[in-house]
Design a protein around this ligand. Structure first.
Ligand code: CMP
Length: 144
């Protein structure tokens, strides 16, 4: 069970990261920074889970492409703990758009743009503590 007084974030290694064998590299960077891995699973995401996770994007033009991408291979879901871990993970992952992500960040080092306009950016990390508490039970129904 998670402790309401601690800071957690939800990390997803997306299908491109998983298929390219980058899961270990992503987790290595997070652990090396000093954050604690408290839950981990590999799963094939289904449409209902993704609709819940990406509820704020359902009406966006890129939604269908995003769901197809997220179902194209397994994802690795993880809960990460540490003081200010939401902000910390966002710095480690870098900007959403691969070309804008700074070198040294996960997306800056391992992702690039593609001519189909898909945003294959290796990882997802919650954008706030509120989002983390909303997203974690979607992927780990036994933790919250
Ligand atoms: P993520 O951090 O998982 O949050 C929402 C995701 O939607 C984002 O990463 C990208 O994978 C995707 N996304 C955001 N903006 C766009 C866009 N303009 N076109 C395609 N996909 C996008």
């Amino acid at each position: 069970m998670l402790n309401k007084d601690k800071h957690y974030t939800l990390l997803l290694v997306k299908p491109d990261g998983y298929e390219r064998g980058l899961t270990g590299e992503v987790l290595r960077r997070i652990e090396r920074k000093g954050y604690k891995l408290v839950a981990l699973r590999i799963c094939q995401a289904d449409e209902a889970t993704l609709a819940n996770h990406y509820a704020e994007h359902v009406n966006k033009p890129f939604y269908k492409g995003l769901i197809d991408y997220m179902m194209s291979a397994p994802v690795v879901a993880a809960v990460i703990e540490g003081q200010n871990v939401v902000e910390g993970l966002r710095s480690l992952t870098g900007a959403t758009k691969p070309t804008e992500a700074a070198p040294g960040t996960i997306r800056g080092d391992f992702a690039r743009d593609w001519d189909d306009d898909s945003v294959r950016n290796i990882v997802h990390a919650s954008d706030s503590l509120e989002s983390a508490w909303r997203e974690i039970p979607i992927w780990f129904d036994d933790l919250v």
